[in-house]
Write a protein of this length. Sequence first.
Length: 279
Amino acid sequence: MKIKFLGTAAAEGWPAIFCACDACKMARKLKGKNIRTRSSCLIDDQYLVDFPPDTYLHGIMYELDFSRLKSVFVTHSHSDHFAPADFEMRYGTYAFIENREPLMLYGNNTVEDMFNSVFEGIDLEDSVIFNRVNPFESYKIDDFTLTPLPADHAQGEMCFIYVIQKHGKTLLYGNDSGYFAEETWDALLKYKFDLVILDCTQGPGDEQLGPNEYAHGHMGFYTNIKVKDRLIDRGAADENTKFVITHFSHNGTLMHDEFENLANPQGFITAYDGMEIEI
Ligand SMILES: [Zn+2]
Ligand SMILES: [Zn+2]
Ligand SMILES: [Zn+2]
């Protein structure tokens, strides 16, 4: 699998649109890997995890051919992960597509309700089709197996992390989420991961937590370490597993280079917009 990180920021982007904090000012000045758009990943050129409002921009930035996009695996309904209005631009004369197969969306019931309400009264002519998926069930999608598991993220919504498998390779798309609930751990520990992508929204902000305390809602770097250690201790990961942190917030304050200095010695790759990894 080829994984490209199209965006690596939390909801507000970094620099955040209306923000004048020091971390945003510094990102605007330094640019490069410090400019972070809202998070998503492209897998094997044709499968997206999440559809943030920056997806239109991502297509231009990375010269991507989204007419060939087959599926979008949506983690949850927050605006930085699911910005459905642009799906209207795939039907009729908005889009001329060689192979007019529907674009398949997969997600929870909250995302489904949002999709249905945005397109109430609009006939998308089956150019985009929503498929609801349930936690702990596995779905065959082309060459992939997709398994949603409950995240620790939002009240009132069954937010997902995803286990994504293809041709003997296994990746965990673990954001947005705090430290996983035990029922999610029970499922995770049955796999052997080649790549683990974790939520680092809190940056180093969870350092003060004790050894048995965990960040909830979103992880920070010290909770990322606890997740990594547990996966390795239980045999679900080893020295060949790649660990990537992403979904950074300006509240985490560290510039990309500073984050690498913190993360590299602990065996983490610090994601940046446009980064590619192959497993
Ligand atoms: Zn988010
Ligand atoms: Zn800021
Ligand atoms: Zn969220």
